[in-house]
Design a protein around this ligand. Structure first.
Ligand SMILES: Cc1cc2nc3c(=O)[nH]c(=O)nc-3n(C[C@H](O)[C@H](O)[C@H](O)COP(=O)(O)OP(=O)(O)OC[C@H]3O[C@@H](n4cnc5c(N)ncnc54)[C@H](O)[C@@H]3O)c2cc1C
Length: 429
């Protein structure tokens, strides 16, 4: 008899974990509370446009854990590589190429020639692990030894990779670990043809093709325990039993799910941490606007715009254009309700770089508090372990769990880790 696995949560972590185990002959049941799969990677069709929640950019594609899913379980991914020559920084009175490649570094005006060399040297030291950071020292403080221009550029780059307004608060060891991996990749950023929906559908297909079941509109509300072992989880009306349980739901949900159990206290710390939240403003246009940019980052206000449809034509009706603007928020801005101001600010950035967008506007979508990552990697906030000693057959995955990279890469890599552990430890007869 195949071992039975219950996966709770149908976001990218739950789907990738369930697909890998189904492919490896486990009897998998995935339970998702929403009517649709995808979690934060959901796609919303509107007036012929397909609005993704998130730009579906995958960083360090050639090192991405998605490559393992491609080769091991035949996940189909239509990679669309980012065009660095069309990526610019807006520095107020002028725009300049983003130094995402050697050519970009040569052409950019964000650094003078002396600092270009210094920046290149910093990249080399990061790749060679000469720079590793220091526990307890945030990157802003660690980089104080660098010339102002170099420090500023490194923090600007980190702002976009970590989706944060507070890049200086990123722990320095995490910063260097992240960039060691990113700087040594040949493809720093790629998008996915068909958007997140294509990945969601591909995982769901693998699960079902291998006999797994997917139950939507099934919120798990209770766990049953026998000492350290989970014996069942409860849905609306049904009870699900398995040999292993993978919880791919955020810490706040775990905290309430494990209420009435002695293990609840283990989730408390993670449920208290602040997430990375942003304002997202997507616009669907009837006709493309000619522009030299497919990506522009307005440095002063920390707003970036990506022309999603330049990479993925499946998200627009013929001839249309879909752009996504993201504005970062820090805790203070969230607390003082600055999201509305950010919406107006984003519109002014669209006006500046894509004049004529208002006349061509067909559909738009604004989210004032979109959660990009459940636990923001700043200060002493720590990501959750994928396994606790006091829960012997329970595993955890999601972008709040320990793993590689940031954002969805954490979801995929934690899912990969827990499924490897399950496969390594077969249940005894
Ligand atoms: C605006 C925006 C931009 C982004 N851009 C990028 C990007 O460019 N690149 C990138 O890599 N990542 C990006 N991300 C992040 C990426 O979307 C997330 O990291 C990823 O989708 C998280 O997946 P997850 O499975 O870990 O969590 P979630 O998506 O949160 O999945 C959790 C799932 O569990 C379900 N659930 C919760 N409680 C229960 C319960 N009790 N019972 C059953 N089901 C339950 C939820 O409904 C949900 O489906 C972006 C996110 C946003 C919002």
């Amino acid at each position: 008899m195949p071992e039975k696995v219950i996966v709770v949560g149908g976001g990218l972590a739950g789907l990738s974990a369930a697909a890998r185990l189904a492919h490896n002959n486990y009897d998998v049941t995935l339970l998702e509370k929403a009517p649709k799969l995808g979690g934060r990677a959901i796609s919303i069709p509107m007036k012929g446009f397909n609005f993704n929640f998130g730009a579906h950019a995958i960083y360090a594609r050639d090192k991405s854990i998605l490559r393992k899913f491609e080769s091991e379980i035949h996940l189909k991914v239509d990679w669309k590589d980012f065009s660095p020559s069309k990526a610019f920084y807006d520095l107020g009175s002028y725009t300049t190429p983003m130094p995402a490649t050697l050519e970009g570094l040569y052409r950019t005006k964000i650094l003078d020639s002396q600092n270009k060399l210094r920046f290149a040297y910093e990249v080399f030291k990061t790749m060679a692990a000469i720079e590793r950071g220091e526990d307890g020292v945030p990157i802003g403080e660690y980089l104080e030894k660098e010339p102002e221009q170099v420090r500023d550029l490194l923090l600007t780059v980190a702002s976009s990779n970590f989706f944060t307004n507070e890049a200086e608060k990123i722990p320095s060891p995490l910063f260097f670990q992240y960039y060691k991996r990113l700087f040594s990749t040949h493809r720093a950023v790629s998008y996915i043809g068909g958007g997140w929906q294509a990945i969601v559908d591909a995982f769901a297909e693998i699960i079902e093709k291998n006999g797994g079941s997917i139950v939507t509109k099934e919120k798990v509300t209770k766990v049953e325990l026998d000492g350290k072992r989970i014996t069942a989880v409860h849905g609306k009306e049904q009870v699900y039993q398995g040999d292993h349980y993978i919880f791919c739901i955020p810490p706040k949900e775990l905290f309430s799910l494990f209420s009435d159990t002695p293990q609840q206290k283990y989730f408390e710390e993670y449920a208290r941490y602040v997430p990375t939240q942003v304002v997202v403003y997507d616009v669907g246009l009837s006709e493309r606007i000619r522009s030299p940019f497919t990506y522009v980052y307005q440095k002063a206000q920390r707003v970036f715009i990506t022309d999603i449809s330049y990479y993925d034509t499946t998200c627009v009706p013929e001839g249309g254009q879909l752009m996504q603007a993201v504005a970062y928020l820090n805790e203070e801005e969230i607390a003082s309700g600055k999201a509305d101001e950010k919406v107006a600010l984003i519109e002014s950035v669209y006006d500046k770089h894509f004049p004529g967008w208002r006349e061509r506007l067909v559909a738009k979508r604004v989210s004032k508090r979109a959660t990009v990552q459940e636990i923001k990697c700043i200060d002493d906030q720590r990501l959750m372990p994928v396994k606790f000693y006091s829960l012997s057959n329970a595993y955890f995955a999601g972008d709040w769990c320990k793993g590689e990279g940031q954002l969805s890469e954490l979801s995929f890599s934690s899912a990969y880790e827990v499924t490897s552990r399950i496969m390594k430890h077969p249940v005894e007869e």
